[in-house]
Design a protein around this ligand. Structure first.
Ligand code: ZN
Length: 444
């Protein structure tokens, strides 16, 4: 079971369970509901909650609807409690937010960037460092979602932007020269984006704080790179793919909640997709598993910036919409025009929906999911052309799949999924006896 043997360990385990239940329930469950759901004795729950309030992890408010008798309390985030800093780095802009226990999001900044690793991650790093300074010990960790495959917890490739093996923790903690340098497209500078030999930099550039040449490689996905040491932030960093994070959020707070096998597809400039099993997106051996978009599911022959031929993602998303409308596409540019095409061009929307449906059919044949969820542009695409999509899928489904096809739905989280998934990755590590132990050590 949990392996807790001493009463101290059991208490630490129950503290983490209770906080996790508050978080997963969106800070809406009353204390008595939580007590019942977790199978705790009433007295035990009272002592636990009192301790968590004292440690500034929880704060109780009276429930809105009161019956007779003693008022019911709803445990929620403490006003000086832990925060996850979460960022969604898209191909043309990033968004940074502070997230409380329970999942409430406060957007701190949205900033367009120039498409270079330094322009995107350097400016985000500065904003993160400033927020870390401002919020102090309240920052439990940082989660960063990126629009490309992420390997070994921090190395990202974004083919449309010519990012190759970009070392995300390094760039987030390397001070920027001002103004940011680097022309768009010329991003292959090995000094900052490449990973040299066993170390992190062999070009005479300063190494990131707390990490020396020859340091061990970044930990595998799911573990954190700690941005610590002198000049560092001293908090865990979780870097992940936007589709995988959107899928994680969908499994925790969206339409894949309680689904054993689900398929999540995130549509932005192109398409990402991942299988979600028992609430977890399948990450692959090195963490870059969320890449159904790079399978030749629609029979096309178009070369994809990823290096493969005929990828599904060349047929779905903002780039494909722009191409169908005869507009310039690629390079993470043209979001507003693509949105206009999505709203006005039935032809471009139908072509996207047909490609989406045909690819979904292939994946449904392979994986037998209970549900298929769509986020990003996928929500609007499905609203506008769900019938076309389903009709396109039908002939490509195996007969046994056609009898009871999975439900297909737009995400209720819309564009927020990647950011929320980045938040969940931080709280997954924090809401453990070890994470909470560090909080107790760090609170003033
Ligand atoms: Zn591809």
């Amino acid at each position: 079971m949990n392996g807790a043997t001493t009463s101290g360990e059991l208490r630490a385990h129950n503290r983490a369970r209770l906080l996790r239940a508050v978080h997963e329930g969106g800070a809406t469950r009353t204390r008595s509901q939580l007590t019942r759901d977790l199978g705790l004795a009433r007295g035990t729950a009272s002592v636990l909650v009192a301790g968590l309030v004292e440690d500034e992890l929880l704060h109780e408010e009276p429930a809105r609807e009161q019956g007779r008798g003693r008022p019911t309390q709803v445990p929620g985030p403490h006003p000086r409690g832990p925060l996850a800093l979460a960022a969604d780095v898209r191909e043309d802009a990033w968004e940074l937010a502070a997230c409380e226990l329970g999942g409430r999001v406060t957007v701190l900044a949205v900033r367009p960037h120039d498409g270079t690793p330094e322009g995107a991650l350097g400016t985000l790093g500065e904003a993160l460092a400033a927020e870390r300074e401002r919020l102090g010990h309240r920052v439990a960790g940082v989660g960063v979602a990126l629009a490309g495959p992420v390997r070994h917890g921090g190395l990202v490739d974004i083919a449309h932007l010519s990012w190759h093996t970009v070392d995300v923790p390094h760039l987030l903690t390397t001070p920027l020269p001002h103004p940011p340098t680097g022309a768009r497209g010329s991003t292959d500078t090995p000094s900052r984006s490449g990973r040299a030999g066993d170390g992190w930099d062999s070009a005479g550039n300063p190494l990131p704080s707390g990490r020396a040449a020859g340091a061990p490689p970044l930990p595998a996905r799911g573990a954190a790179a700690v941005l610590g040491g002198a000049g560092g932030w001293g908090v865990p960093l979780f870097v992940g793919n936007d589709t995988a994070f959107a899928a994680l959020a969908e499994a925790r707070r969206g339409r894949l909640r309680g689904v054993r096998v689900g398929l999540h597809l995130h549509v932005d400039f192109d398409l990402g997709g991942v299988l979600v099993v028992d609430g977890r997106p399948l990450g692959g051996a090195a963490g870059s598993g969320a890449e159904f978009g790079h399978m030749p599911l629609t029979g096309g022959e178009r070369p994809c910036p990823c290096g493969a031929l005929g990828c599904w993602s060349t047929e779905v998303g903002a780039n494909a919409l722009l191409r169908h409308a005869g507009l310039a596409h690629g390079g993470g540019r043209g979001r507003e025009q693509a949105e206009r095409v999505l709203a006005t061009s039935r032809k471009a929307v139908a072509a996207n929906a047909r490609a989406l449906g045909r690819g979904i059919a292939a994946l449904v044949n392979a994986h037998d999911p209970e549900a298929v969820t769509l986020s990003g542009h996928g929500v609007e695409l499905y609203e506008r052309a769900g019938g076309t999509l389903r009709a396109a899928a039908e002939p490509y489904l195996m007969a046994i799949r056609r009898e009871a096809p999975p439900r297909i739905e737009g995400s209720a989280l819309g564009w927020r999924g990647a950011l929320l998934g980045a938040m969940e990755s931080v709280f997954d590590a924090f809401l453990t006896p070890e994470g909470l132990g560090e909080w107790r050590g760090s609170t003033p």
